[in-house]
Design a protein around this ligand. Structure first.
Ligand SMILES: Cc1cc2nc3c(=O)[nH]c(=O)nc-3n(C[C@H](O)[C@H](O)[C@H](O)COP(=O)(O)O)c2cc1C
Length: 205
């Protein structure tokens, strides 16, 4: 096992979690072999049974953390049912974890349209062709669907499908974790104070 890497700064002294998250993501963009924005997204179904899968974070700021998906997928249905979620980033190369929990809201049509338009053409076709999370009879059925939508959108712009958009998780808590020797890790949780500020608490590892 290699030594715990030295932190660039002592994050436990920081008072603003969104900027701290941005600094850690920037570090991960330097050090992770791929997908530094990949994040585990947890939801619950209507029976309260948890579900989790990876998504890509596509934006974040003081208003929340944004990802995009098919609203008719399992996660889409679960999110629309509860309007709550949790996220967990783990950057292995940095031995860092960030956890977020809170309500979600749907991004505006303008925001979703702008992001959809920025995606490669193949991904835009794919959003139309995939009935995400529903049974697929064969690979051929998917390729046929892609061919049909490719022909349908052969010319002109490809509109955003009505069932495809983004959610913004508005964190009530953001917890930062960094590995330290002998499992005596550093943990700091920020809790939204409801007035645009944050209360900070250190936690036992
Ligand atoms: C690294 C990674 C990133 C992913 N990003 C997304 C994403 O941004 N949006 C999405 O809908 N699915 C994404 N997926 C696929 C999901 O993990 C999942 O398989 C799919 O969305 C269906 O999930 P559901 O059945 O819970 O709705 C990603 C998978 C991986 C491994």
């Amino acid at each position: 096992m290699s030594e715990t890497p030295l932190t660039k700064d002592d994050f436990t002294t920081r008072d603003e979690p969104v900027r701290l998250f941005g600094d850690w993501l920037a570090d991960a963009q330097e050090s992770e072999p791929n997908d530094p924005t990949a994040v585990a997204l947890a939801t619950v179904d209507q029976d309260g049974l948890p579900d989790v899968r990876m998504v890509l974070l596509k934006g974040f700021d003081r208003d929340g953390f944004v990802f995009y998906t098919n609203f008719e997928s399992a996660k889409g249905v679960e999110l629309l049912g509860s309007m709550k979620a949790a996220m967990c980033f783990h950057w292995k190369s940095l031995r860092r974890q960030v956890r977020l929990r809170g309500p979600v809201e749907i991004v505006s049509d303008a925001e979703a349209d702008a992001y959809f338009a920025s995606r490669p053409r193949g991904s835009r076709i794919g959003a139309w062709a995939s009935k995400q999370s529903r049974p697929l009879e064969s690979r051929f059925a998917l390729e046929k669907s892609v061919a049909e939508y490719t022909a349908r959108h052969a010319v002109g712009t490809i509109p955003r499908p009505p069932h495809w958009s983004g959610f913004r998780l508005k964190p009530q808590t953001i917890e930062f974790w960094h590995d330290r020797p002998f499992r005596l890790h550093d943990r700091v949780v920020f809790t939204a104070d409801g007035k645009g500020g944050w209360n900070k608490t250190r936690l036992y590892p």
